[in-house]
Design a protein. Sequence first.
Length: 500
Amino acid sequence: MATAPGQTAQPAGPAAPQVEDYTHDRRFFGHPLPLAQLFGLEMWERFSYYGMTGILALYLYFSVSEGGVGLAQPTALAIVGAYGGAVFLATILGSWVADRLLGSETVLFWSAVTIMAGHIALALLPGLAGVAVGLVLVALGSGGLKATASAVVGSLYTEQDTRREAGFSIFYMGVNIGALLGPLLTGWLQSSIGFHIAFGTAAAGMAIGLLIYLTGRKGLPASAGFAVNPLPRRRLWVLPAALFGVIAVVTALWTSGLMNGGNLATWTACVSAGAAVAYFAVLLTSRQTTPVEKSRTLSFIPYFIASAGFWSLYQQIFNVMTAYSDTQMNRVILGWEFPINWIQLIPPIFVIALAPIASALWLKLGDRQPSSYVKAGLALAIIGAAYLLFLPYAQAGEHSTPLLWIVLIMALFVVAELLISPIGLSLSTRLAPKVFTSQMIALFYLSSGVGTALSGVFSTYYRADAQAPYWTTLGLSSIALGVLVLLLARPFTRLMRGVR
């Protein structure tokens, strides 16, 4: 493995992985050079993910004559939420395999390959068969990539490296460049050519990301290629047995009718929440977790709840707000009507513009910056206020909401996002018990999974002809939760034992 400037290495072996020190590596805008490879892979993965997700709801509820599947709109919106939740639920599997079997970097690579295969299935297989195969593969791959990519980024910094949150903000900016370009291209292709060409473009984007990653794969931390808590050989049967059990249960529920397209989001939310409870219990009761680590893990529970509440509102960009763009928003600019899913382009534009400012602000403030819980409380209050801004046009009729008004709302979404998402990602790497690194990150993503699945549950109550109760209930609830988090920020922060 190539050694970066300032990097020291120890002899590596199966039981003693190489240890890297990137403290003095500042070749990528003041950060370690391997951050550039991870930035590129994540950017193109998000290009493919958001490019596909941006048109998924439309594909599901558009009629067959329009190139879609023809599902009822409430069912289609709920499935989008369930799928998003399943992606985050899959982070549990990916992180477990990384920590116990293969290491973060190996899981990262094969997850990217699986994602590409899923997009190819959506492009080539028609109807619900393509939806089922494609979404399962993309969900599994995205889940594996999410937790492991962040773990590898975290491995570039020591716990006390003041560049850590700035590095995650740069990494997060790559996410949003992909999130901007993906829907931009797939939305245009879908409206001008068709859905399957758009899905094929998502597959091509993932292929580009893989090629970029392969060019610098050897320069990544060697320690990321080792399981931090290897599973004993006598227990290797656990993973296939668990997978078989999950498949059997889901098949039984689906064939019996207890699980269906209409309630899939509710099932996903409940399973995600149950998995989170179980994982917190494992971390808190494990003999491999030190007392300090247990206190830090306990402190993460309220942050998990706050994050889930935030994402239950934010992720409605891909279901309720896509439908809102279709019927309520005025999408005409100088006589040209832009594609429905381009409402999803607005947040990434603001993230790209504001993420460097946020990164610079946290670097400048250093130890004087607000605690992670203060930031989370503000994020919930801000996105709740943004929901209330839908009210002035709730009774205005179809295609009446001005584009600039939606831009203002989305700007508030992004300010809130930057206060909770990259901060929470960085926080999870600092609070993680040593032997549960990837799995702690998976817990953070699982909060997004619970929230995303809840966005699908909430979407079933949205009615274009009676919007006011919807926006009011969710907006005020988020503001109330934000105020509660702010009031309890200090005792929660004390539990972090030196981490803010």
